[in-house]
Design a protein around this ligand. Structure first.
Ligand code: MRU
Length: 358
């Protein structure tokens, strides 16, 4: 299947010397491609949300650390590993919540550690293959999530989504949008409500943009309108992505997600989390252990406005994510199938299936 955009969210550039990203801070008004070559450029792009969304952050980190390792001018394995580790720790510090970042960097590090007896040139080649594999796998994983997710939906369904868990947050299909795109191909005629997602407007700028560009029937609503559209009976299911899922199913996703889950529960609407297994962190038992990123106050008071929209000096609390309690989640859709409560057991079964298939 063709990419849904002329421009890939993240890829290795043609010369193989930079991570190429679509600058998401400029969408939907401007399409600008950036070439990231230095550690600082990669770190900034992730921190400033030029590339964002858990899977895309993981792929950027994998390709990024390959580029940085490729430029290391040493044939000494221990110096190579030492420098690699410094880059890894630096990139890992760019954003704390999406576990895909450390997951991808750990995979890259494992390659270095396994190749102790190889030359640094050989290690660089292996790193390139691993980074490209991570990118390629993301596409397959999202497609599988789309197939499983579609089993839970009916033609004509109204679907509400929060933030952007679309192809702009991944490499293709997205996670929460994958069932929507596959349904669209089959003529399911879904009606999608995209929450605008304050304060950074990923729903308005990105989800509305990508779904509308693909011909999906999408309606933009403000974050505080989800109860209204649910009460009217316009929503049959909620589909969201995630940044980290704990072993018990508690899910970190964009701030505001948990409110949507509570409202959905009130109206008896199924609430589905679309989660690549790379985003499931079974090393932590509950959502309380998930680090939640706090971002600067100007994102709330100034960004996207023509002029400041809050009093000078006002105190601002700006957490980028919240944790949706597992009790509010109907099912977690992974590339290995659909997990239902109790999640501690069902997610374990998903991972058993994964290790059996690897
Ligand atoms: O701050 P962002 O834009 O990186 O937050 C993104 C989200 O919360 C997404 O919903 C999540 O990463 C899932 S992306 C498939």
């Amino acid at each position: 299947m063709e990419h849904r955009t002329k421009h890939q969210t993240v890829s290795l550039n043609q010369e193989g010397n930079a991570v190429e990203i679509l600058d998401q801070t400029l969408l939907p008004n401007q399409v600008r491609i950036l070439q990231l070559k230095t550690a600082q450029e990669i770190w900034d792009a992730i921190y400033l949300l030029k590339v964002r969304g858990a899977p895309a952050i993981g792929v950027t980190a994998a390709l990024g650390i390959y580029i940085l390792a490729k430029n290391l001018q040493t044939e000494d394995y221990s110096i190579f590993l030492q420098e690699f580790t410094k880059y890894k720790e630096y990139l890992e510090s760019s954003r704390p919540t999406a576990v895909n970042l450390s997951w991808a960097l750990n995979r890259m590090e494992a390659v270095c550690k396994k190749e102790e007896n190889s030359t640094t040139e050989e290690i660089k080649e292996r790193l390139k293959r691993e980074a490209l594999a991570i990118q390629e796998e993301d596409i397959k994983v999202c497609r599988k999530i789309g197939e499983y997710g579609l089993e839970l939906l009916q033609p004509g369904n109204g679907i509400l989504t929060h933030c952007n868990a679309g192809y702009l947050a991944a490499c293709e299909y997205g996670t929460a949008t994958a069932p929507i795109y596959l349904g669209q191909e089959k003529g399911y005629g879904f009606r999608v409500f995209a929450d605008e997602t304050r304060p950074l407007l990923q729903g308005a700028r990105l989800t509305a943009y990508e779904l509308a560009s693909d011909g999906v029937d999408v309606t933009l609503i403000c974050d505080n309108m989800s109860a209204m559209v649910m009460k009217k009976g316009w929503v049959d299911a909620v589909l969201v992505g995630c940044d980290r899922v704990a072993a018990n199913g508690d899910t970190a996703n964009k701030i505001g997600t948990s409110v949507v889950a509570m409202v959905a529960k009130h109206y008896n609407i199924p609430f589905y989390v679309c989660a690549p297994t790379a985003t499931i962190d079974r090393s932590i038992s509950t959502g309380e252990m998930i680090p939640v990123e706090e971002r600067p106050s100007h994102e709330v008071t100034e960004m996207w406005y023509k002029e400041r929209m809050a009093p000078q000096g006002i105190q601002v609390y700006n957490p980028a994510f919240d944790i949706t309690d597992h009790q509010l989640i109907t099912a977690i859709i992974t590339e290995y199938g659909i997990a239902r409560p109790p999640f501690t057991q069902s997610l374990k079964e998903i991972f058993d299936k994964k290790s059996y298939n690897q």
